[in-house]
Design a protein around this ligand. Structure first.
Ligand SMILES: [Zn+2]
Length: 109
C-alpha cells in the first residue's frame, strides 16, 4: 500500500544516519538540518520541531516526538543503541503524517 513511502523512508533513514554522524543537527519534525541559530528560536524543541515546521505539527505529533526524544535520551543514558526502535517509530510517524495530510485534503474537498 505504501510502497512509495517506504522508499522515502529508507532514503530518509540513510540521510538521517549520515547527518547524525556528521556535525549537523536535524529537526525531527521536518528533517531539515538546523543551525545553532535555528536553535535559538522559541519554536525549536530538541527532537520535536524547529521554527519551520513548529506551526504545522499537531499537538499530538509534538507530544509523540517529545516522548520519543525522552526515550532516546533514556536509552542513550543506558548506552543502548536506539536505531532499531527508531526506525519503527519513524514508520509510525510517517504514517500518522500521511493520515493527517489526507484528513486535511478531505476537509478541503
Ligand atoms: Zn522542523
Amino acid at each position: 500500500m505504501w510502497k512509495g513511502e517506504c522508499f522515502v523512508f529508507d532514503n530518509r533513514v540513510s540521510v538521517n544516519h549520515q547527518l547524525e554522524k556528521g556535525q549537523y543537527d536535524q529537526c525531527h519534525g521536518c528533517r531539515l538540518p538546523i543551525t545553532e541559530e535555528d536553535k535559538k528560536s522559541d519554536k525549536y524543541m530538541q527532537g520535536v520541531s524547529c521554527h519551520q515546521c513548529h506551526d504545522s505539527l499537531s499537538e499530538e505529533q509534538k507530544q509523540r516526538f517529545l516522548e520519543r526524544e525522552k526515550q532516546i535520551r533514556l536509552s542513550e543514558q543506558r548506552g543502548q543503541n536506539h536505531i532499531g526502535s527508531d526506525a519503527v517509530s519513524q514508520l509510525e510517524e510517517n504514517r500518522a503524517i500521511k493520515q493527517a495530510q489526507k484528513m486535511k485534503q478531505r476537509e478541503k474537498a
